[in-house]
Write a protein that binds this ligand. Structure first.
Ligand code: FE2
Ligand code: FE2
Length: 317
């Protein structure tokens, strides 16, 4: 078999698939090695340990966890879709890192599935929390820079969520699980920041502005979800407003770190405030077999939703 590079034509530009790529010893390779050495699974947790919550609090956690749980699944599946795009673009260290990211998200997904069994409650249905569909539809729009930006935003949400439980339930089963997940999430955050700091400054101003708008839209959707989950937050003494304020602070901080300037130099945006809470009120469940949101006909179950979310998207030009 010949080991000569295979010439290909992509977007009118002659490119070569590298069988033996240069692998720089960069941050992404270091993150890959860290991840490979810090493996754990749900079997490392003590499932005989009490949840230290009332039945109402178990239900509240099951409901509040729903968007995070779906996020773990879509991050895993979305990364599997993005990885070949990174390969094609010659981003060798990013593709190797992403393989460890997929394993991390699979671990979180599996551990949370087991937690749901322990809680004896299911995640909320898509009809009960339709904002999840809007959120994940928005995440799948765009190229791999958009995807990494969406992952960073979602990871910041997840980090603050897990951090709260790791602190509040230090001796409880979910608190301990949260502390383990947080270690993984810190690597994801480091990856996303590194990748975006390298790529965002190369984008045209209109593309950078679109990333700012994407952030604001995702934040609005998060606020709508928080509105809908307010009673559950109350059951766990989880201050949803304070949570979103902290999240907005993190989003602003990372926006500036990666070179998003909100239409001007960092910090000079005249309306540098969190997007307003949407006016929409919680919707009563609709007696339909299919949800219609954002021009999409969406299936009811998570599996079908994931298939839709992970449909291949165009590669970065
Ligand atoms: Fe995760
Ligand atoms: Fe993550």
């Amino acid at each position: 078999m010949s080991d000569r590079p295979t010439p290909r034509r992509t977007s009118g530009i002659r490119s070569v698939v590298r069988i033996f790529p240069d692998l720089e010893d960069d941050l992404l390779i270091n993150l890959f090695h860290k991840a490979a050495k810090m493996q754990w699974t749900s079997r490392d947790l003590d499932w005989g340990q009490a949840l230290q919550m009332t039945p109402r609090q178990n239900q509240a956690l099951a409901r509040m966890l729903t968007p995070v749980y779906l996020g773990e699944q879509t991050a895993m599946a979305g990364a599997a879709n993005i990885l070949p795009q990174m390969m094609e673009a010659g981003e060798s260290t990013a593709q190797i890192y992403l393989a460890s990211f997929i394993m991390d998200e699979a671990r979180h997904f599996e551990a949370l599935t087991r937690l749901y069994r322990k809680l004896e409650y299911h995640p909320m249905g898509l009809r009960e929390l339709p904002e999840m569909l809007r959120y994940h539809h928005r995440l799948r729009t765009g190229d791999r820079v958009d995807w990494v930006w969406g992952i960073l935003i979602s990871d910041l949400f997840a980090k603050l969520f897990y951090q709260w439980f790791a602190d509040a339930q230090r001796e409880g089963l979910f608190g301990r699980m949260s502390a383990k997940i947080l270690v993984d999430e810190s690597r994801h955050q480091a990856f996303a920041e590194h990748y975006l700091r390298r790529n965002v400054p190369k984008l045209e101003a209109a593309r950078r502005q679109a990333l700012v708008e994407m952030r604001d839209e995702l934040f609005r959707i998060m606020r709508a979800m928080e509105d809908r989950l307010r009673a559950d937050c109350g059951a766990l003494n989880f201050d949803g407003n304070a949570f979103l304020d902290r999240l907005w602070g993190e989003l602003e901080y990372f926006s500036k770190r990666i070179g998003l300037t909100n239409g001007g130099p960092p910090g000079d945006r005249p309306d540098d405030t969190p997007p307003e809470r949407p006016d929409e009120q919680p919707q009563a469940p609709q007696p339909r077999t299919t949800l219609h949101l954002a021009g999409l006909s969406l299936p009811r179950c998570f599996g079908c939703l994931l298939t839709m979310i992970c449909h291949p998207r165009p590669a970065l030009a």
